[in-house]
Design a protein around this ligand. Structure first.
Ligand code: XMP
Length: 511
């Protein structure tokens, strides 16, 4: 692996974004918790370090700090927001409460004679989120930007290779933000812009070969992008010594089991055991209406079926999972940040199955990078462009008790939505979209006859991180077309609704 940029995380909600922006500059980046030992950071041989923002403020007693040695590793350091304030106080500067906090867009004047901002335009709208700010510069530093209420909105000491910005260049709304990141990473840190997906693929295939030797690997395919890409990568490394298990619980999207079977026998000849366990799932779920109970039953049954299928394959040496970078970060591995999401499709599975050796080749990748890797490995677009899909599948989009008929309504209406979004080119703009069988029945009229049928809801959201989301503004003509097709083509549906709720307070899924 070539040199990387290390992002020291102080719990900012934007830490992942910083990592992504650096990779967009084609430099590999890694996030480490703020309390990582200096020796561990040194071992990573970074080309530069970025200190993230964070919810604390440096004047608090228990504010998270960092080893002062971090500033003397001989590589440039950029502090963002909290990171800048920490840099200031650790070098003898002062931080105090701002006369007026800045939240949202702020007009900032940049000193273009400075090292970090040279070549940029001298004014920008930038994203700010702070109540405190640097009020006195440390020795050797110069102020390099200001806003109406923040005289030191950036600072630098080029002789020490230290830079700080109070605003958030990583946030999309910050004009010239990407330029600033690029400038720091490429010009100041002189990191090589050699982070490309095909080199990552080659390197990872080699690593897997090393780790597995002549051994065998078990992997659960879910139908989703992550496990498919992990399987493709491992298949390239060890061929049919990879054994995949695909459990169809009966709540898959239209054509999903067939797609998995096609891809992993035709393009990637791995050892695939696909099992249709739907009958068993429906039996265990009969009469169950509570969403949490539904989820628990599905989770427990999934593990049981998976275990049985895996046992049929005999003893295997390693267990592989398509864990991706946001899973690693969100699982709470980062102190100082809040744990947001605890659901996992195959959580705890390796331990349950008695595996100690775990292979997670996508651990350092973001979702869009996983998709790109899938393309590099030759997975078809139907696979690499798939929507995120929850483990319990259509079961949590079919409200109340589950029957095959009700789930079929969800499946067919979902397929129509997908088809029309693809035709309109919306599938790449809207982060997640699906239909929900609300289980509600209402009166309608078909021909001359009264109907008393199901209402289906459309849920479509835009989001960066799936922790908060806005409902997608879909053109009315397209909604009209989708509604018409659903009521005409899906038996038992006489009404289509649009979910116009943000998250929070609603969640993205309905159950
Ligand atoms: P919510 O409904 O919590 O969903 O707003 C946020 C994102 O998580 C997905 N989701 C799941 N993913 N297993 C998963 O792997 C699950 O049990 C699960 N439940 C929700 C959801 O589709 C959305 O992308």
């Amino acid at each position: 692996m070539s040199q990387s940029i290390i992002i020291v995380d102080f719990g900012s909600q934007f830490t992942q974004l910083i990592a992504r922006r650096v990779r967009q500059a084609q430099v590999f980046s890694q996030v480490v918790p703020f309390n990582t030992a200096l020796s561990d950071i040194r071992q990573l041989k970074p080309a530069g370090i970025i200190l993230s923002g964070g919810p604390a403020n440096v004047t608090m007693e228990d504010a998270p700090g960092c080893d002062p040695g971090l500033f003397r590793l001989g590589v440039p350091v950029l502090g963002i927001c909290y990171g800048m304030q920490l840099m200031a106080t650790q070098h003898g500067g002062q931080v105090s409460r701002a006369p007026k906090g800045e939240y949202g867009l702020s007009r900032v004047k940049l000193h273009t004679a400075s090292r970090l901002f040279s070549g940029l335009q001298d004014e920008s709208d930038t994203w700010m989120s702070h109540s405190h700010q640097v009020s006195a510069l440390p020795d050797g530093f110069a102020a390099t930007a200001s806003t109406a209420t923040c005289p030191i909105a950036a600072m630098e000491a080029p002789a020490l290779s230290l830079y700080g910005v109070q605003f958030h260049p990583e946030v999309t709304h910050s004009q010239q933000g990407m330029e600033i990141i690029r400038r720091f990473v490429l010009d100041i840190c002189r990191a090589a812009a050699d982070w490309h997906m095909d080199s990552f693929a080659q390197q990872t295939i080699e690593d897997i070969r090393q780790a597995v030797g002549q051994g065998t690997v078990l992997l659960g395919l879910s139908g989703g992008v992550d496990s498919a890409v992990a399987a493709a990568l491992i298949a390239r490394a060890i061929g049919n010594r990879l054994c995949c298990v695909f459990v169809d619980h009966g709540f898959m999207r239209k054509g999903e089991p067939q797609l998995v079977a096609k891809v992993f026998t035709a393009h990637f000849p791995v050892h695939l055991s696909a099992v249709d366990a739907s009958e068993r799932f429906y039996q265990h779920l009969a009469g169950v209406t509570d969403p949490e109970r539904k989820r628990k039953i599905i989770g427990a049954q999934f593990i049981e079926v998976f275990r049985e299928e895996a046992a049929k394959l005999g003893a295997l040496d390693h267990f592989a999972q398509g864990t991706i970078y946001p899973d690693v970060i969100e699982s709470g591995a980062m102190p100082g940040s809040v744990t947001i999401k605890s659901h996992h499709n195959v959580g705890g599975l390796p331990k349950e199955l008695g595996f100690t050796s775990l292979i997670e080749p996508l651990r350092t990748l973001f979702k869009d990078e996983v998709r790109e890797l899938g393309r590099v490995l030759g997975l078809p677009p139907e696979m690499t462009d798939r929507q995120p899909f929850p483990g319990p599948g259509l079961a949590i989009r079919t409200l109340g008790e589950l029957t095959r008929d009700k789930v079929e309504v969800t499946r067919q209406s979902d397929a129509i939505l997908l088809e029309e979004f693809e035709k309109a080119g919306l599938h790449r703009q809207v982060s997640q979209f699906f239909t929900v069988n609300t289980g509600l029945r209402s009166v309608g009229v078909i021909g001359d006859k009264r109907s008393y049928d199901t209402a289906v809801a459309i849920r479509a959201v835009t989001t960066d991180d799936f922790m908060t989301a806005d409902w997608a503004r879909i053109p009315h003509d397209l909604l009209a077309l989708i509604s018409r097709r659903i009521v005409n083509e899906v038996p038992g549906v006489n009404r289509v609704l649009l979910d116009i709720t943000t998250k929070p307070p609603a969640s993205i899924e309905w159950e």
